[in-house]
Design a protein around this ligand. Structure first.
Ligand SMILES: [Mn+2]
Length: 423
């Protein structure tokens, strides 16, 4: 195969094919222009890959149940990765790739903010199509229309595929996302979901606001996956809650005023939920060093893993964040947190419910563009009801012409501290 040939998507997708894909995409991040990605996976093959992923994900319910087969020795759980492609490749190197002994659960927020959301997304859905039962891709709040319009992915797709093809591929991406399950129940005892607990669908609109109560796993199982853009109301209330909620240290259940969507839930609510559903462990993600910096009362996520609610014998709720040195781009005035990331290993010896975190550092990143306006909100603090709206960020030319010549980092470096400066 010549270095310039297109990666053709043919089923079954093999591990060797994924290796070649990831290697070539990674090489292109060093010096190759972003637009050259479409010479590795052209628009037609990208469409094929996403169509295959949609077909596979459609079969999964809102709450996907994973029962480990004989021979599976470990399950690796991964938190937010946010387009930090090199860090995910490193994670695969440390933890090993999915195979007959190793299952993976990716807990959402694959895209936005980082510069290689497309590469990361293609890699993850290729694994999903290749091993549907061994790789679980859960939806995060960034796998939505609202977030990807504001935080970079839509723009990234248009830069890498050109305006015309980017506009065609974007709805296919949203379709893949809309079929991702919201949560995974692992061997009946461990629940993995992106944001957190959720309200009962039986509440009136007013009760949901003023006197919320928790929903059950049965409610979650029956709930909609939320469509392209779960707004957190009506039929997408549970999806909005699962994707956007956060734990707090005080007992109680209340609206998530910080984010404008989802709920905040205290340790007593976690305990109540775990006892009722007979769970031992809940792994959620959704909060990186910036979010925790704004909530200093909560445990630190600087090592990528923390226990937020320790309910003793009953079980615990943890936060897992897998994007080191996050976010990739920061405004000149903002503080860089230099966080480490983590993944969690679960094993049969401990009934798949004793999390073993492994922390790791970031991989130095090649120079790259930022695809969103850094003014649009520091830590996803606001959801779709806020006044954050998509806009034309930065001066990135996404014309159809010879774009290889057009955009240079200089065009935008006047207000960005590019990631490579920080390494
Ligand atoms: Mn999130």
């Amino acid at each position: 195969m010549t270095p310039t040939s297109i990666m053709e998507v043919r089923l079954p997708i093999t591990p060797e094919w994924i290796d070649e894909l990831t290697t070539r995409m990674e090489e292109n991040t060093h010096g190759g222009k972003p637009r050259m990605l479409s010479r590795i996976v052209d628009a037609r093959e990208a469409e094929r890959l996403m169509t295959c992923a949609t077909r596979v994900l459609k079969r999964e319910k809102t709450l996907t149940r994973l029962t480990m087969e004989e021979g599976v020795e470990e399950c690796i759980v991964v938190g937010d990765t946010h387009g930090q492609y090199h860090d995910v490749l490193k994670l695969f190197e440390i933890a090993g790739k999915p195979d007959e002994t190793r299952t993976y659960v990716f807990n959402g927020d694959f895209v936005d903010r980082g510069a290689w959301g497309v590469e990361l997304f293609f890699t993850l859905i290729a694994h999903k199509v290749s091993s549907p039962d061994r790789v679980i891709l859960l939806r995060g709040n960034h796998e939505t229309e609202f977030c990807t319009e504001c935080y970079g992915f839509e723009r990234e797709l248009k830069v890498k595929y050109g305006n015309t093809m980017g506009r065609k591929l974007y709805p296919l991406f949203l379709e893949v996302c809309s079929h991702m399950p919201l949560a995974c129940l692992l061997n009946e005892r461990t629940l993995v979901l992106h944001g957190g607990l959720f309200r009962s669908p039986s509440l009136s609109k007013r009760e949901a606001r003023e006197n919320p109560k928790l929903g059950t796993l049965h409610d979650l199982e029956k709930a909609s996956k939320g469509g392209a853009d779960p707004m957190g109301e009506g039929r997408s209330m549970i999806a909005g809650d699962v994707l956007w909620s956060d734990p707090i240290l005080e007992d109680g259940l209340r609206q998530n005023v910080n984010r404008g969507i989802g709920i905040q839930f205290g340790p007593a609510q976690t305990r109540e939920f775990m006892e009722r559903e007979n769970l031992k462990l809940i792994i959620r993600s959704h909060e990186g060093p910036d979010a925790r910096h704004d909530r200093p009362e909560m445990p630190s996520i600087m090592e990528g893993f923390c226990v937020d609610h320790d309910c003793g014998e009953v079980g615990k709720l943890c936060t897992l964040f897998s994007a080191p040195n996050y976010p990739q781009f920061i405004d000149v005035d903002d503080e860089r947190h230099n966080n480490r990331a983590a993944f969690v290993t679960l094993r049969p010896e401990t009934s798949w419910c004793a999390p073993e975190p492994t922390s790791f550092d970031f991989v130095p990143r090649p120079p790259s563009q930022c695809y969103y306006d850094l003014d649009c909100g520091g830590s996803d603090c606001e959801g779709p009801e806020s006044d954050i709206r998509p806009h034309e960020p930065l001066h990135i030319d996404v014309g159809e012409g010879d774009e290889r010549e057009r955009w240079t980092e200089d065009e935008m470096s006047h207000r960005l501290k590019l990631n490579h400066d920080a390494t």
